[in-house]
Design a protein around this ligand. Structure first.
Ligand code: GRF
Length: 203
């Protein structure tokens, strides 16, 4: 049976769209069962519903982090979710949400990690003056953007770039590697050796 995926978002949802497009093309290796947003007006929530996917709003306001995370985990479980994709989910995650999906939660980040974790990664890279940046898909652990790396794509930083043009080039890379990385994780054997994600069976 194909793995059931839950996608957590807070906003635009362009990575969600890339995942949905891959699913429609039969290239995701799983089925997006539910999209959950902590922001009711998130365009990605409307996008999900428009594509026939259950869209759930769970308000974080006025709740302790652990409570919101516990609720979110149980909504995902109610929908039979096995794998969780973070796609612009602007929340720090507690163990209440990470532990139930340990090793089965992925995130996409707009830099070549471990460079420039956290917010505004594209601006951090541009201001630092690096000549290459990119996108990273990684497994989620308890740290901030610190889990084992699954896939990366580098993009050049051009002299003529401003933060917006650089962010657009990185976003295009995100849209390529996120569905590809998820499809590999769902369909290929892999193991985590220290910090290294290694695909294939042990010889
Ligand atoms: C992406 O740049 C992602 O890497 C970061 O937040 C942004 C979300 O964009 N975590 P979108 O909502 O997927 O369009």
């Amino acid at each position: 049976m194909r793995s059931r995926i839950g996608v957590l978002i807070s906003g635009r949802g362009s990575n969600l769209q890339a995942l949905l497009d891959a699913q429609s093309a039969g290239a995701l290796g799983g089925e997006i069962a539910v999209v959950l947003s902590n922001v009711e007006s998130a365009p990605g929530l409307a996008l999900a519903r428009g594509r026939g996917v259950v869209g759930v709003f769970n308000d974080h306001r006025g709740k302790p982090r652990e409570q919101f995370d516990r609720e979110t985990a149980s909504i995902l479980k109610e929908h039979g979710v096995e794998w969780v994709c973070l796609a612009g989910f602007m929340r720090l995650l507690s163990a209440e949400l990470i532990t139930p999906f340990a090793g089965r939660m992925v995130n996409v980040h707009p830099s070549l990690l471990p460079a420039f974790p956290g917010k505004d990664a594209q601006r951090q890279a541009w201001e630092h003056g690096v000549k290459v940046s990119g996108a990273t898909v990684h497994l989620v652990d308890a740290g901030l953007d610190s889990g084992p790396i699954v896939m990366q794509e580098a993009v050049p930083v051009l002299d003529a770039d401003d933060v917006e043009t650089l962010a657009a080039r990185i976003l295009a890379a995100e849209h390529r590697i996120y569905p590809t990385a998820v499809a590999r994780l769902l369909q290929e054997p892999f193991r985590v050796e220290g910090r290294r994600v290694v695909f294939g069976t042990v010889q």
